[in-house]
Design a protein around this ligand. Structure first.
Ligand code: CA
Length: 223
């Protein structure tokens, strides 16, 4: 597993690098946003850890550029800000999860493991629901034979919905299954991701498949 750490504080970068290398990860470090984008562009990483306050180009701008260049690997934001707005802004720019500084290494490691674990563990045969089709080996999704381009977490979320069609899935269930841990009363991340998925899966089609169960969660169904 190769991890790119984009962090300008040398002490923090060193702490993360030593810790992850001790766990068997191979780690590269960039000290500013521009260098981070240039290194990420190679597309050889399994995970990017992105600080938000960075010289030259801030972390959110860097993530946007990385996504624009078609790099799909998961991105974990490291942020000193802990307001909901900032976190949602981070998710909107294309990151998959966030961690608020200061953090314990054990918590960072848990999130790194959750993000680098391949969603679905390549569990065999294609699955389909309505006109949606998902190939768990190739990690590809089609609707009406049109391929849908999804990020790692969008894919994991859709796979979970497709493996449990016509069942109401609560935000807690989704957080545990897709992110591997429960959010302490913060579920905006789920709503943000469902909205991304809707834009890609439902927006251009008359028949909507992803439905909100008010106050509870979401359900994949034909209606
Ligand atoms: Ca910083």
């Amino acid at each position: 597993m190769r991890v790119l750490v984009v962090e300008d504080e040398k002490k923090v970068a060193g702490f993360i690098q030593r810790g992850l290398e001790g766990e068997g990860f191979s780690v590269e470090v960039a000290n500013d946003g521009e260098t981070g984008v240039a290194m990420a562009e190679a597309g050889t990483h399994d995970l990017i850890l992105m600080d938000i306050m960075l010289p030259k180009l801030d972390g959110l701008g860097a993530i946007q550029q990385i996504r624009k260049k078609g790099v799909k690997c998961p991105v974990l934001c490291l942020t000193a800000k802990d307001t909901v707005e900032d976190i949602v802004a981070g998710l909107d720019s294309g990151s998959d999860d966030y961690l608020t500084k200061p953090f314990a290494f054990a918590e960072l490691l848990a999130r790194v493991r959750a993000l680098t674990r391949r969603g679905g563990d390549d569990r065999g045969a294609e699955i389909s629901y309505a006109d949606l089709r998902l190939d768990p080996v190739a990690h590809k999704v089609w609707r009406s034979d049109q391929e849908i381009d999804l990020t790692t977490k969008e894919y994991a979320l859709l796979e979970y919905l497709m493996r449990n069609p016509e069942k109401t899935l609560t935000r807690t269930m989704i957080a545990e299954q897709v992110w591997d841990y429960t959010f302490d009363s913060f579920t905006n991340i789920i709503d943000v991701y469902v909205n991304y998925l809707r834009k890609k899966v439902d927006r251009d089609f008359d028949k909507k498949l992803i439905h909100t169960v008010r106050g509870v969660g979401y359900v994949l169904k034909e209606e």
